[in-house]
Design a binder for this molecule. Structure first.
Ligand code: HPA
Length: 275
């Protein structure tokens, strides 16, 4: 089965459950999953109920679509995402996001937990993603182009749309939440980086590093979605402190930041209704 056929089949499968048309797709990263439990759901679909759908195996990531309203904005929340390091092909990693594009979603709002490379960043900071570096992860558009979604050689000069960044900045200011800004780089994982790799990434212009997000942003941009994203800095990157990195530390910091993060996301998505 081609990636396109698989998408069409998954789409038909979802349409048997619900005809909800989301405007915004919200991808919840580490520690943020509970946000989806707080909205009044119109429909919930477990990834495992969708034929051929990749299911996430990471601790702290449930795998389901929650359809409902954030403020007055129809949204689908991806509670749990699939990571490349779990062993899936890159086209499966981006399948959920592409699927939401096929359901009619126009905006992709990405969140994640990351390691801070910029020395001005501390654990618990939020970083508005203004660009990315994809060069260390496989490109999700590799292989036969899916013409029903987009063009073979998509422009990438403004993936993280200025109008969405402005909305997020305004929302953060209204809530008195300090917001950093910078470039996110995706590595394949699952091992964290070495100090030498972090020095390299800093030289290349990255401000935060993680194991997700960029491939989803590329696929969404290809499919004509407007993209934005916020990263929760969960730790200073390897070599920047004396402590070794653990998933538990990342999880703990993301959990602590979650209440503020949720407020910022809720306000921002609500304000995107008018776009
Ligand atoms: N590196 C990569 N991914 C991460 C990190 C990190 O330091 N923290 C949270 N996700």
């Amino acid at each position: 089965m081609t990636a396109c056929e698989k998408l069409v089949r998954c789409c038909e499968c979802i349409r048997r459950f619900t005809d909800f048309k989301p405007k915004v797709t919200l991808v919840l990263g580490s520690g943020l999953g509970a946000f989806a439990d707080e909205i009044k759901a119109e429909a919930i679909i477990d990834y495992s109920d969708i034929d051929g759908f990749p299911t996430s195996t990471v601790e702290g990531h449930k795998g389901r679509f929650v359809f409902g309203y954030i403020g007055a904005v129809p949204a689908v929340i991806m509670q749990g995402r699939v990571h490349y390091y779990e062993g899936y092909g890159i086209e499966d990693v981006v399948l959920p996001v592409r699927l939401t594009a096929m359901l009619g979603s126009e905006i992709l709002f990405l969140t994640n937990a990351s390691g801070g490379i910029n020395p001005d960043f501390s654990a618990g900071d939020f970083m508005l993603i203004n660009d990315h570096i994809s060069s260390f992860a496989p490109n999700p558009l590799r292989g036969e182009n899916i013409d029903i979604l987009g063009t073979r050689f998509p422009d990438m000069s403004e993936v993280y749309k200025k109008e969405l960044r402005e909305v997020i900045k305004r929302s953060a200011a209204e809530l008195n939440i300090p917001l950093k800004e910078g470039v996110y780089v995706q590595l394949m994982g699952p091992s964290f980086e070495t100090p030498a790799e972090i020095r390299m990434l800093r030289t290349l212009g990255a401000d935060a590093v993680g194991m997700s997000t960029v491939c989803e942003a590329i696929a969404a941009n290809h499919a004509g979605m407007k993209v934005c994203g916020i990263s929760c800095i969960a730790n200073k990157a390897a070599g920047m402190t004396d402590n070794p990195l653990t998933h538990a530390e990342v999880q703990e910091c993301a959990d602590k930041a979650a209440p503020l993060f949720k407020k910022l996301i809720e306000r921002s998505v609500s304000a995107m209704g008018g776009l």
